[in-house]
Design a protein around this ligand. Structure first.
Ligand code: AMP
Length: 403
């Protein structure tokens, strides 16, 4: 049985085709810069090396048409007949309060999903376009939606509620939702496997540090709090996102630069989502690899950006340690979490009081494998677990289809 996983971003489509018996990837790729003058298409399958092309792709529908045609191509394809694909799993950014778990697509589901266009304007319309394109290209093959927000829907009301007038919650559904749920779910399950326990027996803090970053406090398999909020802007400092700031800064900036009033929402969204974070402080880059190199060569603003990011993560870990009244495991994942010993080491430095001690030697080992990096003295097991959101979406889609 094959499952196709489709991830439509605001200007990209990523895909992975799994053979579910072995959970092996048999084809994968991405089309980026959709809608621009030139889009970039990278693809590979078990029979080919990576191929890179420049193509002209107007929208998500065209991107999916290209991907499906290649999967079925007589020479380089890996699918002969559409019936080999049991289900298509779609990553969906925002499930709001309606979607608490993965769902099989129906007309009602599509209608409900449209209600969340306004809440996630960059992502949900793209996800929706992907669903329609798949329905057209693979008629009769069921689609499942797997939501970034779903895993966090176990949060208690006092954790997801913002202290603004209640009618904004009732009328506009303004509350914390949380994101990266598929990744937090996956690594918490893998951590439990490393503990040789069930997630029901564990208290974990999962730290997803990539271009976007979020932290989750997980008690007995259920999220009790997470750092991202109503949107993926809240929480720790990220590549280009500011994370938590004093909300009064927003009206202050507008009153200081009144010429921006006309398009204030676009101005502020760009400022806080695209020009802040590591990039904003360093003035250099949003990429942690470049920041680390600059730190090593003595760049002061890069060092400041690095410190601000690590400190913001350390504060969330400490807060969630208190929320959970102690933890069994602290898990690092995603691009930075999996690959930067410097960031992990800085975040975990001087957390002995919480029973968190990282082994210098283990932390410095370069590996793509799941591994323990805490010292033998550490009460908390600190782990690095590579995330696999695509595999998690494929598994969820299978469960949703057959159980
Ligand atoms: P992701 O969003 O999970 O793909 O993570 C992307 C981020 O991971 C990039 O912006 C890089 O800053 C970071 N990253 C990847 N490899 C390394 C590395 N070896 N050291 C530090 N940061 C890294």
């Amino acid at each position: 049985m094959k499952i196709l996983v489709v991830n439509c971003g605001s200007s990209s489509v990523k895909y992975t085709l799994f053979e579910m018996a072995s959970e092996k990837r048999i084809a994968w790729g991405v089309i980026e810069c959709i809608g621009l003058l030139e889009s970039h298409y990278k693809r590979q399958n078990i029979n080919t090396h990576e191929q890179k092309d420049c193509v002209k792709v107007a929208d998500h529908k065209e991107a999916i048409e290209i991907i499906i045609k290649d999967l079925f191509d007589k020479k380089i394809g890996v699918v002969v007949d559409a019936s080999e694909i049991a289900v298509v799993g779609h990553r969906v950014a925002h499930g709001g309060i309606k979607f608490l778990k993965s769902v099989l697509v129906t007309e009602k589901v599509k209608k409900d999903l449209k209600e969340y266009f306004a809440i996630a304007p960059l992502h949900n319309p793209a996800n929706y376009a992907g669903i329609l394109a798949i329905e057209k290209m693979l008629p009769g093959i069921p689609s499942v939606l797997v939501f970034d927000t779903a895993f966090h829907q176990t949060m208690p009301d006092y954790a997801y509620m913002y202290a603004i007038p209640y009618e904004y919650y009732e009328k506009d559904h303004i509350r914390k939702y949380g994101f990266h749920g598929t990744s937090h779910n996956y690594v918490s399950q893998r951590a439990a496997a490393m503990f040789r326990k069930s997630t029901d027996e564990l208290k974990l803090i999962t730290v997803h540090l990539g271009n976007g970053s979020s932290i989750a406090a997980i008690e007995r398999g259920k999220v009790v709090d997470t750092s991202m909020g109503f949107t993926p802007l809240q929480g720790v400092v990220m590549g280009t996102r500011c994370g938590d700031i004093d909300p009064a800064i927003v009206p202050y900036i507008l009153s200081t630069y009144p010429q921006q009033y006309k398009n204030s929402s676009e101005f502020l969204n760009t400022l806080m989502n695209k020009k802040s974070g590591l990039l904003g402080i360093s003035g250099l880059s949003a990429d942690m690899r470049i920041i680390v190199k600059a730190v090593e060569s003595g760049n002061k603003r890069a060092k400041l950006a690095f410190e601000v990011l690590c400190y913001s993560v350390k504060k969330y870990i400490s807060a969630y340690y208190g929320v959970l009244n102690g933890i069994d495991g602290l898990i690092f994942t995603a691009g930075i979490g999996e690959n930067s010993p410097l960031v992990r080491g800085r975040i975990c430095a001087n957390l002995h009081a919480l029973g968190i001690e990282v082994s210098l030697k283990k932390n410095n080992v370069k590996s793509r494998k799941e591994r323990l990096i805490s010292s033998s003295k550490s009460k908390v097991k600190v782990m690095v677990i590579p995330t696999d959101e695509e595999l998690m979406i494929a598994r969820e889609s299978k469960i949703c289809m057959y159980e």
